[in-house]
Design a protein around this ligand. Structure first.
Ligand code: ADP
Ligand code: MG
Length: 504
């Protein structure tokens, strides 16, 4: 990094250092060591079986699907997938943890190393991973303030998690958020996590410290359970300011676990940080080492989709898309497939990305649905783009056609997207029908256009004089008048050309 860039990142002369621990809930059918379901939002304690309740005599049995999802992550991030990894007991007492320990992985995790790359503005960043390990989630305490009692809901106990740990490689809250967004994109893209942050399926702990440039790492505080990108940024920014103030006031930072309160925008100490030794980790005698055959890894590898970053790079090369567009349309597999289908069927890649990022996304957002849920398929968009490209309709008229067609497309409750869009032929017929019925056809008859221009020039002789006297603005005004006289149907480019010619 150049010195100038480095310096611009400093906050009041301090360098910010951030490392992330992210809990991604794996989208399996059942729990990591039992057959109880993991569906969200059920009545308390209806999804916890004897294993999850830690009844004596029960034994954990590893969920193969959870392991496969860990392998997928390792493959996506270029990590080493351990042929043998070990489950350990992390011992602590808490009411929502009936066994008195959490089954996790400690010394030998299943996924080791790897990295996540992403763009921060136009700068490519790479964050190294330390590891990703499998573990079970705990239950939840429910505090019923109005009756002054607390209860325990064990539905979440035993839900499979993958904890993804980075090196302390990030240097700003913006970089941390960009990392989290990229990781979120990857885990949803490869289908290992539903990514639902409100439901807690993807939650991040941000470890934050500050130091003067060149000094050893400062003491970190860990902000727990950030489940929105907005809070993530606010929490880190607050924490950085707080730590710098402490140091400037002559205090030392104590290692601690803190919580972010979105209402006050502040972080608050929850407990002083435990060390690994406090948890008395030891290998779980109930579970044999997890052995992953090379052949299984190869099988999973053969089923891996093209990843978002690779796909974005391909879209830049194959379609000449700008980096920004390529990154934006590869938000999700569905959007990426939608883009490619529309681009192929219309031969108008840049227009396709413009429309998907603009009109299509706005219409989806307005209805609160995702691209998977619309029947306004890429073949319709492609038809529309073809009619803009061949001059049949103006961009403005195209928006009207779009609104009409999008509004009449059924929108599904579930997903209409099945992994690809089969139809790659532009649906020009339905687009033409709307153009016809709404009379939106652009005027391409140059004789008629010339007549209108002549009329406008005669009726606005003073404006024509002004233009000829050197007042350039008068030209735009004349274009506007011609467009109006044509009821918006003239081709603006053609109006420009003919008018210029007539004005000499
Ligand atoms: P623990 O497991 O006890 O929380 P780790 O050493 O595994 O501790 O680190 C947890 C996270 O904290 C990692 O993401 C790591 O990159 C990050 N981290 C470690 N030291 C620092 C530091 N000084 N400043 C910021 N982040 C740090
Ligand atoms: Mg940790």
């Amino acid at each position: 990094m150049s010195n100038a860039k480095q310096a611009s990142l400093l906050v009041r002369g301090y360098e910010v250092v951030i490392g992330f621990e992210t809990h991604a809930q794996l989208s399996t059918q059942s729990k990591i060591f039992s057959r109880a379901p993991i569906a969200f939002g059920a009545e308390p304690n209806t999804q916890a079986c004897a294993v999850d309740l830690a009844l004596p005599g029960t034994l954990p049995v590893m969920n193969r699907g959870a392991v496969e999802k860990a392998i997928r992550l390792g493959l996506a991030l270029g990590s080493h997938i351990a042929e043998q990894s070990v489950f350990a007991r992390k011992n602590y007492f808490y009411p929502d943890l009936p066994k008195g320990y959490q089954i996790s992985q400690f010394e030998i995790p299943v996924v080791q190393g790897g990295e996540v790359s992403f763009f921060l503005g136009d700068e490519k960043k790479t964050v190294r991973l330390v590891r990703a390990h499998l573990e079970e989630d705990a239950g939840k305490s429910l505090h019923e303030d109005f009756i002054g009692q607390s209860g325990i809901d064990l539905n979440r106990a035993g839900t499979p998690l993958l904890e993804i740990v980075t090196e302390p490689d990030m240097r700003s809250s913006a970089e941390a958020v960009a990392y989290a967004k990229e990781l979120h994109k990857i885990v949803t893209w490869i289908g290992i996590c539903d990514g639902n942050m409100q439901e807690g399926s993807f939650r991040c702990d941000a470890n934050v410290s500050v130091r003067k440039p060149g000094e050893p790492l400062g003491t970190r505080r860990e902000i727990k359970n950030l489940n929105s990108f907005k809070f993530m940024q606010q929490a880190i920014d607050y924490e950085v300011r707080w730590q710098i103030e402490q140091i400037e006031d002559g205090f030392e930072i104590q290692q601690a676990t803190v919580l972010f309160d979105p209402d006050t925008g502040e972080t608050r100490a929850m407990r002083t940080k435990e060390d690994a030794a406090d948890y008395r980790y030891f290998p779980d005698p109930d579970l044999p080492p997890l052995v992953i055959a090379r052949s299984w890894v190869d099988e999973v590898k053969a089923q891996m989709p093209e990843l978002p970053r690779q796909m974005a790079e391909r879209l830049v090369t194959a379609y000449g898309l700008p980096e920004y567009d390529a990154t934006t349309v590869t938000q999700s597999p569905a959007m990426a497939a939608y883009f490619e289908a529309a681009a192929k069927a219309s031969g108008q890649a840049k227009m396709a990305s413009n429309w998907i990022m603009g009109e299509v996304s706005a219409a989806l957002n307005a209805r609160g649905i995702s691209i998977e849920q619309t029947h306004y398929g890429p073949e319709k968009l492609a038809g529309l783009l073809l009619r803009i490209a061949d001059g049949t309709i103006s961009n403005k008229a195209a928006k009207e056609v779009f609104a009409e067609q999008f509004g009449h497309s059924l929108h599904a409750v579930g997903s209409t997207f099945t992994g690809s869009y089969a139809v790659q032929i532009a649906d020009v017929a339905s687009v033409d029908a709307v153009i016809e019925s709404k009379g939106l056809k652009q005027m391409n008859d140059s004789g008629a256009l010339e007549a209108i221009i002549d009329e406008v020039m005669t009726a606005n002789a003073p404006m024509v004089e002004q233009f000829r006297a050197g007042k350039d603005k008068a030209f735009n005004a004349l274009v506007g008048l011609v467009m109006k006289a044509s009821k918006g149907k003239a081709n603006p480019q053609q109006v420009n050309d003919v008018l210029k010619q007539k004005l000499g």
